[in-house]
Design a protein around this ligand. Structure first.
Ligand code: HEM
Length: 260
């Protein structure tokens, strides 16, 4: 019941993560509708998560021995509890009676960090299902790739915004070809890494947790050492290259042409 209830919740959090990016990349009435109703989509997620919360409560109270022997793991407990704390705080501050206690800046910080955390949790669950266990189900693929797409859209929207700002400052400028080619290659590598976790997870985890301090962090720090997110980090780097450092060479050449 815990697993099944979460499956009803996850699509809603992915949708909220993708909404602002969708409007930036494909402006139109439907993305705008999603954006306007983001709060209610988030609340749908919260309702489905409340069911999971109820089933977790039942398990940990009525099947105490089973819970502590077979399920309980400090780090999972910390990850899950942080998730529920964010969720409760986000729900309360979605309405005027809770919102009034926060400044605009605090509200934004809470909702943005909570959104990332609540996306990161299921995304990592399904990444591990595909990249560690060798018998994933079809639903693991669906939820992994849709979580990936939701975040990748945010990266694309971020890149588009960077380009727009750069173009506004340097209307004739463009990103140097070398940056675009290198960035494209880095993005392709990130996509490759996203699809092949099963083949690199073990050595990469071993490498990242080789120092004792890092191995100790695994015991309590949520998601450490962040293997599920490496591919998106690489894609983000690639996007920064593709959209970065606008060169004015074109404009200078054009100017020279006008003078001669
Ligand atoms: C203290 C809090 C939490 C506890 C004790 C907990 C416990 C569990 C348990 C026992 C399962 C079933 C595992 C299995 O079927 O093998 C599960 C599944 C799952 N939980 Fe939680 N959880 C917590 C919080 C969260 C939060 C905040 C999220 C964020 C969305 C989340 C997302 C998931 C997902 C995605 C699954 C897999 C569902 C599937 O089978 O497809 N959990 N959780």
């Amino acid at each position: 019941m815990i697993g099944f209830s979460v499956r009803w919740a996850v699509p809603f959090i992915y949708l909220v993560v993708a909404t602002s990016a969708a409007q930036m990349l494909f402006p139109g009435p439907f993305p705008m509708w999603l954006l306007r109703n983001r709060k209610y989509i988030g609340l749908c997620f919260a309702v489905a998560m409340a069911w999971q919360g109820l089933f977790i409560f039942m398990m940990s109270n009525f099947f105490r021995e089973y819970y502590y022997q077979d399920i309980y793991l400090l780090r999972d407990e910390l990850e899950g509890s942080v998730g529920y704390i964010f969720l409760a705080a986000m729900v309360v501050t979605s309405f005027q009676f809770g919102r009034k206690y926060l400044t605009q800046k605090q509200w934004k910080l809470l909702h943005k960090s909570g959104l990332y955390f609540l996306w990161a949790y299921p995304f990592s669950v399904y990444w591990w299902n595909l990249s560690y266990y060798e018998n994933p189900q079809a639903i693991d693929y669906v939820f992994y790739w849709s979580g990936f797409l939701a975040f990748a859209l945010r990266i694309a929207a971020w890149g588009k915004r960077r380009l727009q700002v750069a173009r506004r400052n340097e209307p004739q400028g463009s990103t140097p070809l070398a940056f675009r080619v290198l960035g494209g290659a880095v993005i392709a590598f990130g996509l490759f890494a996203a699809a092949t976790g099963l083949h690199w997870q073990e050595p990469v985890t071993a490498f990242l947790t080789a120092p004792k301090w890092s191995a100790d962090l695994v015991l309590w720090l949520p998601f450490w050492p962040f293997e599920p997110y490496l591919s998106l980090f690489i894609i983000g780097l690639g996007a920064a290259l593709v959209t970065g450092k606008v060169s004015t060479k074109g404009r200078e050449l054009a100017k020279e042409g006008e003078q001669t």
